[in-house]
Design a binder for this molecule. Structure first.
Ligand code: ZN
Length: 621
C-alpha cells in the first residue's frame, strides 16, 4: 500500500458534498463535537504511538528475501505488515481529524507532516514486498494459502496481486516509473494553481448593487440567483474568463491525458479506460453500458428541463436556468430532528441496522456545526479499524444538511458493518460500492419525506422534495455520465493520434453539452460561451472517477426498489454487500447482491424513477 493510499483511507469520502457557505452557530454545545480520545488519550500519546510504529518497521525489513520460505513465514509477515498499516491508518485518522478541527493551528499541520514521514518510511521499508510476492508466482502463493489457515485474511490481497501481475514491469522499469511520477504530477498541479490562484477572476455588479467576485466558489453561489439577468451575467463573465485561458487549460488537460496514455501503454493496457477500471477489476462494459443507457434516456432529462421551464415561467430555457430552486421552502432541521428523521427513514433496512445506528448516533463521533477555522464540507472517516467511524459535518439546520447527514451516516454504517465482519486486510471498501451505501440512505430519506408530506396533505412541501429528487438525478446520474462520456472522448481522441487544443475541447464539450440538453430539439439553448465549462471541472484530471457517482446512484435506486418489492431477501442481500467490505472486487460484491452493473436494466431503473417523479410533479402543478 502506497503512502497516498494510506492518506486516502483516512477519509472514504474525501470530496463529498462541499459546504456552499459558512456561518451561524458559533459556540455549539460540546456534545456536538467528536471525542478524539477514543483514538489516543492525548497528543502526546499519539506521538508515542507514532514513534513506536516507526521503531517497529525494522522488524518488517528483516523479512526481505524470506517470504517464499513457507506459508507460516508468509503468514507471520503479512500479519505484521497489515498490523502496521492498521496502526498507521489510525495515526493518520487522528492527525487529519485533529487538524480539520481548526485549520489555523500549525500543530495540526506539523502532526500531519510527521505521520506522512512515518508512512513514507513504511513505504520504503516494504517496497520489496510486492515484487517478491509476484516473483513467487501464482502456484506457490496458492499452495501457501491452501495449506496455511492463517493466510485466509490475505487471500484476496494475494490473488489480486497475481491478477495484476502482467501489468507490473521489471524492477528497473518500475524504478524509472516511480522516479518519473513526481514530474508527471505537473499537469494537474499547474491546472490547480492556474484556476485557484493565478487567474484574475472577474468581479461583476449584480442588480442589487452588490459587487461579487466570480471565482469557483463565487460562481457556485451566484449561479442560482433569482434574477435571470444576473444569472446570465454570472455565466457570461465566468466562462468568458475560461475562454481567455483556454489554451493554457487545454495544455494542462492534454498533459494529463498524455500521462494516462503513457502509463496505460507502458503497462500493456489497450486503453486508458481499461487501465483505470482494472485497478478495481471493473469490466469496461459497465462504463459503456452506462453511457449508452443515458444517451438513450435523454428524452427523460429533456422532460425535466421542460418542466423546469414551466415551473420557472421561462419559455426559452438556457444553460443559466439550471440551478435556481424550483420551490422555495424554508425547512429547518436541527441536528436532533435529523437523527430522528433519518432513523425513521432507514427502517426498511431492518431493526438491526436501525438499532445499531441509533446507538452510534448517541456517541461523540460527529463534529456537527461550522465554526471559525474548521474545515468546510462533510466527510466520514472510517479507517480507524479498531475504534469507530468519525463524521465531519458543517450543519446548517436546512434540508441540504439533513440530506448530507443521511449520506455520511450511510458511509459510517457501511464502515461499521464492514469493520465488524471483515479482518482489517479485507475491510476497506472501494469507491465503486462506497457511494451506494450513502445514496441508499439519501434515497430512503427522500422517499420518507415525500411520503410524510403526502400524508400531511402538504403539496407545496411534497413538491419541494420531489423537485429536489429530480435535481439529484440530473446532477448525479445525467451530469456525471456526461462528464464521463467527455472524459472517454478526449482520451480516445489522443489515443487515436489526435490533439486537444482549446478550441477543439470547446467544440467537443459543446457537442456533448448540446446533445445532453436538447439544444437542437429546442429544449434548452446552449450558448457558445458556456462551452468552455470543461476548463472548470477538476474531475477530468482524476482518471475516470466521476462515472462512479452515476453507477452508485443506479445501484442505490435498485437496492431501494428491490427492498420495497421483495422485502427481507433483498434487504439481507444488501446488508451482506455492505458487510463484504473489501473482501472481493466491488463489481462482484454488487453482483452477488443481485445487481449486475454491466446490465442496462440497472440504469434503466433510474430513468423509470425519474419518469415517475416527473409524473407526480406534473400532477401537482
Ligand atoms: Zn459520499
Amino acid at each position: 500500500m502506497s503512502v497516498s493510499n494510506l492518506s486516502n483511507r483516512a477519509s472514504t469520502c474525501f470530496f463529498d458534498k462541499d459546504a456552499e457557505s459558512q456561518g451561524g452557530q458559533s459556540g455549539a454545545a460540546s456534545d456536538q463535537r467528536w471525542d478524539l480520545s477514543d483514538l489516543y488519550a492525548s497528543a502526546d500519546a499519539w506521538n508515542e504511538a507514532r514513534l513506536a510504529a516507526a521503531a517497529g518497521l525494522g522488524a518488517l525489513a528483516d523479512y526481505e528475501g524470506r517470504l517464499g520460505e513457507s506459508g507460516a513465514v508468509l503468514a507471520d509477515f503479512l500479519t505484521a505488515y497489515f498490523d502496521a498499516q492498521k496502526v498507521i491508518s489510525q495515526l493518520y485518522t487522528y492527525a487529519s481529524l485533529a487538524a480539520d478541527q481548526d485549520l489555523r493551528e500549525s500543530t495540526g499541520l506539523e502532526r500531519q507532516s510527521l505521520i506522512q514521514g512515518t508512512a513514507s518510511q513504511f513505504g520504503q521499508t516494504v517496497s520489496f514486498v510486492e515484487p517478491e510476492l509476484i516473483a513467487l508466482g501464482a502456484v506457490c502463493l496458492r499452495s501457501f494459502v491452501d495449506d496455511e489457515v492463517r493466510l485466509a485474511p490475505y487471500d484476496h490481497y494475494l490473488s489480486d496481486l497475481i491478477r495484476q501481475q502482467k501489468h507490473v514491469l521489471t524492477d528497473a522499469e518500475e524504478k524509472i516509473l516511480a522516479a518519473a511520477s513526481e514530474s508527471m504530477a505537473t499537469a494537474n498541479a499547474a491546472y490547480r494553481v492556474l484556476s485557484n490562484a493565478d487567474i484574475d477572476w472577474p468581479r461583476i455588479e449584480l442588480s442589487t448593487g452588490e459587487t461579487v467576485l466570480l471565482d469557483a466558489s463565487g460562481y457556485g453561489n451566484y449561479r442560482q440567483l433569482d434574477s435571470r439577468e444576473d444569472r446570465e451575467r454570472v455565466f457570461r463573465a465566468f466562462f468568458e474568463k475560461h475562454h481567455q485561458y483556454r489554451n493554457t487549460f487545454a495544455t494542462t488537460l492534454q498533459g494529463q491525458v498524455k500521462n494516462h496514455i503513457f502509463s496505460s501503454r507502458v503497462r500493456g493496457y489497450d486503453s486508458c479506460l481499461e487501465r483505470a477500471l482494472d485497478g478495481e477489476n471493473i469490466p469496461a462494459g459497465v462504463y459503456r453500458t452506462l453511457v449508452q443507457v443515458v444517451n438513450d434516456s435523454l428524452p427523460t432529462l429533456h422532460r425535466y428541463f421542460r418542466l423546469r421551464g414551466r415551473m420557472l415561467g421561462i419559455e426559452d430555457l438556457r444553460y443559466f436556468d439550471i440551478y435556481p430552486e424550483l420551490v422555495d421552502r424554508d425547512l429547518v432541521y436541527k441536528i436532533d430532528q435529523c437523527k430522528a428523521i433519518t432513523l425513521d427513514a432507514v427502517r426498511p433496512l431492518g431493526n438491526e441496522y436501525v438499532s445499531s445506528m441509533a446507538d452510534a448516533l448517541d456517541k461523540p463521533w460527529m463534529d456537527v456545526y461550522p465554526r471559525e477555522g474548521k474545515r468546510s464540507g462533510a466527510y466520514m472517516a472510517g479507517s480507524a479499524y479498531d475504534v469507530h467511524p468519525y463524521l465531519m459535518l458543517n450543519h446548517h439546520d436546512d434540508y441540504n444538511s439533513l440530506s448530507t447527514f443521511a449520506h455520511e451516516w450511510g458511509h459510517a454504517m457501511h464502515s461499521l458493518l464492514s469493520n465488524e465482519a471483515q479482518p482489517f486486510a479485507k475491510a476497506s471498501y472501494a469507491t465503486f460500492v462506497a457511494e451506494v451505501a450513502s445514496i441508499v440512505n439519501e434515497t430512503l430519506l427522500s422517499d420518507r419525506l415525500i411520503a410524510n408530506a403526502e400524508a400531511a396533505g402538504d403539496d407545496e412541501t411534497r413538491l419541494f422534495f420531489l423537485t429536489e429528487a429530480l435535481e439529484g438525478m440530473r446532477g448525479t446520474f445525467f451530469r456525471q455520465t456526461m462528464f464521463g462520456e467527455f472524459e472517454l472522448n478526449i482520451h480516445e481522441e489522443v489515443e487515436q493520434g489526435g490533439a486537444l487544443s482549446g478550441d477543439k475541447l470547446t467544440q467537443m464539450y459543446g457537442d456533448i453539452l448540446r446533445r445532453y440538453h436538447g439544444h437542437d430539439e429546442g429544449v434548452l439553448t446552449i450558448d457558445d460561451v458556456v462551452c468552455t465549462e470543461w476548463g472548470y471541472i477538476p474531475h477530468f484530471y482524476m482518471n475516470f472517477y466521476v462515472y462512479q457517482y452515476a453507477t452508485s446512484m443506479a445501484a442505490a435506486f435498485a437496492v431501494v426498489e428491490r427492498i420495497r418489492r421483495e422485502g427481507d431477501v433483498a434487504r439481507q442481500a444488501y446488508l451482506a454487500a455492505l458487510s463484504a467490505g473489501g473482501s472481493a472486487h466491488p463489481y462482484e460484491i454488487l453482483k452477488e447482491a443481485g445487481l449486475d452493473m454491466a446490465d442496462a436494466s440497472v440504469y434503466q431503473a433510474v430513468v423509470n424513477r425519474m419518469d415517475e417523479v416527473l409524473d407526480q410533479v406534473g400532477a401537482l402543478l
